[in-house]
Design a protein around this ligand. Sequence first.
Ligand code: SAH
Ligand code: SF4
Length: 400
Amino acid sequence: MSVLTAPSAAPAAPPTPVAKPTLAGLSRERLQQSLIGAGVPEKQSRMRVNQLWRWLYVSGVTRFDDMTDVSKDLRAQLADQFTLDRPEIVSEQVSVDGTRKWLLRLPKRGHEARAPEVETVYIPESDRGTLCISSQVGCTLNCSFCHTGTQRLVRNLDAAEIVGQILLARDRIGDWPGAPLPENAQNLPVSDRKITNIVLMGMGEPLYNFDNVKEAMAIAADGEGLSVSKRRITLSTSGVVPEIARWGGDTGTMLAISLHATRDDLRDELVPINKKYPISELLKACRDYPGLSNAKRITFEYVMLKGVNDSAADAKALVRLLAGIPAKINLIPFNPWPGSKYECSDWETIERFAEIVNKAGYASPVRTPRGRDILAACGQLKSASEKLRASQRSAAVALD
Ligand code: SAH
Ligand code: SF4
């Protein structure tokens, strides 16, 4: 007869260390709340926020010890409770054309099975540098030509995670005062500032994460900090019509519209949010965009899909449709991704399309694809781990 013994109590698991929150990417209000929460007297807190603001957003320091006008005691107290961490870099790729793409891992939230990932892309030109940032992990919309659209929405980024992308990019390309140039410094712009422009054209639909994106862009545009003028910030939307006027009124940034088709039947297919907000409503919102003028035009993005939306008749229809709106047209050669069902229009077709658009008075419309070799071009972004799971899925299907 065997004797059953009660299993001895397992040793208590050591408590999981709670990660310290980062101060990098916070607004003035949140910084102040954090400082007060950490014991900084309320009447000192505003002055401390101003100090921290400059260290975070003008100097870009990553260590409290570098904040030389903050007392040693306070630095220690802050370091005890906070970090200055940016989002964690999973990988960094540098294209032959100098475009850089970072895959970033964000801290896991309570209910999430795994840490979510997003991508940020930096596109240098000779006299400017554009940072393309993500606002959501995945996207709820399913534009049929977009890689991100095949990834379900995991979550919205918070404002600090959005600003964190700017800080991290500036770290990596040596874009802080006195910072050394990075390895692979080829193709960086000659301008003092290496990130001169921000486009919300990475993963996600920014107007579906309105408050966080707004808070982040206010930090980016703050003249005593990161100082990216709102005229150099462009939000791209697939057409969330009710939010367009609110965004313009609240922030004053530039606007880009992912138009891609001139007829509702085709746009319903390419950009399915069109079923909810058809072209006529979208263009009305554009006409009413606050501050619109010839000096502040809306950019209409138009992806060139072979045999789908690239005929001369389409070009003429586009010109007719936009008549009277201060507009720029950006023709985007379709960037293929594994499994995409479209092809990019032939170069001659794009040129013919561009010529019609040019003749109607819209200048230099073709967007040169950048970073294609590292899948960093428009619409190719998708978390690498998600890609892996998708390829595992298709491998599994192939084996069935
Ligand atoms: N969700 C927003 C912003 C992110 S997409 C929006 O849709 O506007 C940024 C731009 O890339 C959009 O104009 C989008 O339509 C375009 N795009 C998406 N997939 C693309 C692809 N495979 N090739 C070229 N452009 C693409
Ligand atoms: Fe989402 Fe924009 Fe891609 Fe459409 S194009 S699926 S809105 S990220």
